[in-house]
Design a protein around this ligand. Structure first.
Ligand code: TXA
Ligand code: MG
Length: 320
């Protein structure tokens, strides 16, 4: 694997969040190839993965506040946006003066990074806009034939993408994407407020303008099944329950499913644990997208803890 990466190949790699499509950062052609394989627009920059904290020094400026966050959250499902150094290719950063960096925890990914001895740029290993892969068979299904290697590291233990925190202005840490690490956890370590783009956009610029600059690629419909998906809070709508063409994603089993249930029910956890829901969400969405059902419904969680990230992914997945 490492030899393939070092000679400019792309390799699908396991991480604890989702599978990534990796290329060595010192090979701009390989990085460009990632965009072609994923059909990803060039203005949507990639995350750079490193094995150790020290590896970050060669690619980004490290603000003092990062040391505390790193001690708590790395290796793990946590990405930071930092001022970049000039050696990082514009292809990776989409020409921005910042770079996204993460130290993944998955032991296989750690071993690959150490064998390569170079940081790896890796977006999620799915076609742009489709559901992220959390098992090797998902990568095979979507990108098989387009890449030479998929490393099987088993199902991802977190199941949704990393939390992204913008630290380009360390006095104003800003959440760009909710994920496995929650706002509260970060605020506890930082001892200061974590700002959120969606609720705090400047009064005199449109939210789309502000978010467009800060978090490229995060506005559009994303994580989406091919079939129409509707969200609901609480009990599933009766029209869905009674329709055999419908499939319904539930956070946990219904205490008493109605007698006239004809829809396919897909249960994401036995007890409503949102960590378990996160582990299973993308697999279940793919499964239903490949099932005979023609319309999909999904129950939404409270936006607490990892629930905020789940709600974010479901909202984007359901966007028409
Ligand atoms: O868990 C994860 O983060 C996975 C695994 C493979 O590490 N990766 C992942 O990558 O989700 P991707 O490319 O699907 O999502 C990365 C997001 C994109 O929305 C991109 O726009 C944003 O990070 N991003 C990357 N560099 C950025 C930068 N310099 N400033 C702002 N946003 C950036
Ligand atoms: Mg992605």
């Amino acid at each position: 694997m490492a030899a393939s990466l070092c000679s400019g190949g792309l390799v699908a790699v396991p991480t604890e969040t989702v599978y990534g499509l990796a290329a060595a950062i010192d090979n701009p052609d390989a990085c460009r190839h990632i965009f072609a394989v994923k059909q990803r627009p060039p203005n949507d920059p990639l995350i750079v993965h490193v094995a150790d904290f020290e590896d970050i020094r060669s690619i980004a400026e490290i603000p003092p506040v990062l040391e505390k966050l790193a001690a708590k959250f790395w290796p793990g499902p946590f990405t930071v946006i930092l001022p970049r150094k000039t050696c990082v290719s514009d292809i990776i950063t989409s020409g921005l003066n910042s770079v996204a960096v993460r130290i993944p925890a998955h032991p296989v990914m750690q071993a690959i990074l150490r064998a390569c001895r170079t940081p790896l740029a890796a977006p999620s290993a799915n076609p742009f806009g489709y559901i992220s892969p959390t098992r090797p068979e998902h990568v095979l299904e979507s990108l098989g034939g387009k890449i030479p290697f998929i490393v099987d590291g088993g199902p991802c233990s977190i199941g949704i993408e990393s939390t992204i925190l913008d630290l380009t202005d360390p006095t104003r840490p800003t959440l760009l994407r909710p994920g496995g690490i929650t706002i509260l956890e970060m605020e506890k370590i930082l001892g200061q407020k974590v700002h959120q783009l969606s609720t705090e956009t400047a009064a005199n610029s449109s939210p789309e303008q502000t978010i467009g600059i800060k978090a490229p690629g995060m506005l559009s419909r994303h994580y989406s099944p091919r079939k129409p998906l509707k969200l609901f809070l609480g009990e599933p709508p009766m029209e869905a329950i009674e329709d055999e063409q419908c499939a319904i994603l539930l956070l946990k089993p219904m205490p008493m499913p109605p007698k006239n249930t004809r829809a396919q029910l897909e249960i994401l956890s036995t007890d409503g644990s949102l960590e378990t829901v996160a582990q299973n969400l993308f697999h279940a969405l793919r499964k239903l997208d490949n099932s005979p059902a023609t319309r999909l419904f999904a129950q939404v969680p409270d936006p607490k803890g990892i629930g905020l990230a789940l709600l974010d992914r479901l909202n984007r997945a359901a966007k028409a």
